[in-house]
Ligand binder design. Structure first.
Ligand code: PEP
Ligand code: MG
Length: 318
């Protein structure tokens, strides 16, 4: 079985009727790149940079961050590397950043909200990412975006960083692409507006499910309600993909749902362009894609979206 899967490593993720998609890896550390490459990952769809911050006893310097990001870019040899700016807060703490205890941490001071408040910290990270972009195909991704203003403010800060690097003669990719995680209802529901502001979307189903269903992703008491096969979540995903394609931008998915083998075909039918997941799932998902037929998946998508409960959806999927 494992040996069979390995044979798919260097094949494109293309359906029987020649519809091409991409399968990439999620990483938390530069070392994780090796497993992604070994599984034939076509890029890094999500680099969760917060681990660099969490594993350090001090705020990582620009130099430290630059080195980590550059290693990833170089190891990927020109394949895309989507670096997500740090997503601290929620359940992730930093010992050296005094974050207040909150009643609702997942609705509170988290991710891009922290970055936009701690501008120096944000600029340090953006400069490090920009400098690393001279060594590969790096893209920047903002996490937990819930308003257009957050994108505009972040991009303004990014432009400041570019000017600062220009002033000291540091190189970076002048065409660096900038995208967002789509993981809040306020972004998903008017995705067509957000699509005008960015180069790409990546759907974070872990948070999208939590926020759409109002179900804490880490609370066992309500874990039975936490289900990405819920028709509300599926409709949201379809909406986001259609909005992106109407504007001519591509859509990736980097939440756990992308690596769920029962979801491959419905996501294909919905038009997802890129699946990004932990290295261990890459070959299995690629196999599912290769064994699928895109035209059939689209018809099948209509059937699945007509279901009323997560149970009915899963039943139909199996
Ligand atoms: C997500 O929310 O789906 C996601 C990929 O981000 P994280 O799991 O890091 O919150
Ligand atoms: Mg998330």
């Amino acid at each position: 079985e494992k040996e069979e899967l390995k044979k798919l490593k260097d094949l494109p993720a293309i359906t029987k009727d020649n519809h091409l998609v991409h399968v990439m890896g999620n990483i938390g550390k530069p070392e994780d790149v090796d497993a992604v490459l070994e599984a034939g990952g076509e890029g890094i769809g999500l680099y969760r940079t917060e681990f660099l911050f969490m594993d350090s006893d001090h705020m990582p310097t620009e130099e430290e961050q630059y080195r980590a990001y550059r290693v990833v870019a170089e190891k990927m040899h020109g394949k895309p590397v989507t670096i997500r700016t740090m997503d601290i807060g929620g359940d992730k703490e930093l010992p050296y950043l005094d974050l207040p205890k909150e009643m609702n941490p997942f609705l509170g001071f988290r991710a891009i909200r922290i970055s936009l408040t701690h501008k120096d910290m944000f600029k340090t990270q953006l400069r490090a990412i920009l400098r690393a972009s001279a060594y590969g195909q790096i893209k920047i991704m903002y996490p937990m975006v819930s308003s257009i203003n957050e994108i505009r403010k972040s991009n303004q800060i990014l432009e400041e960083c570019k000017k600062e690097l220009d002033a000291i003669g540091k190189l970076y990719d002048r065409n660096i692409k900038v995208g967002i995680m789509v993981e809040t209802p306020s972004t998903a529901i008017v995705a067509y507006k957000f699509a005008k502001e960015v180069d790409f979307f990546s759907i974070g189903t872990n948070d999208l499910t939590q926020y759409f269903l109002a179900v804490d992703r880490g609370n066992e008491k309500v874990s039975a309600l936490y289900n990405s096969y819920n028709p509300a979540v599926l409709e949201a995903i379809q909406l986001v993909i259609d909005a992106a394609h109407d504007r001519g931008i591509s859509v990736s998915m980097c939440g756990e749902f992308a690596g769920d083998k029962h979801a491959t075909e419905i996501l294909l039918g919905m038009g997802l362009d890129t699946y990004s997941m932990s290295a261990s799932s890459i070959l299995g998902i690629k196999k599912n894609i290769i064994n699928s037929n895109y035209e059939e998946a689209k018809k099948y998508r209509d059937l699945i979206l007509s279901k009323d409960t997560p149970e009915e959806v899963l039943e139909a999927l199996k």
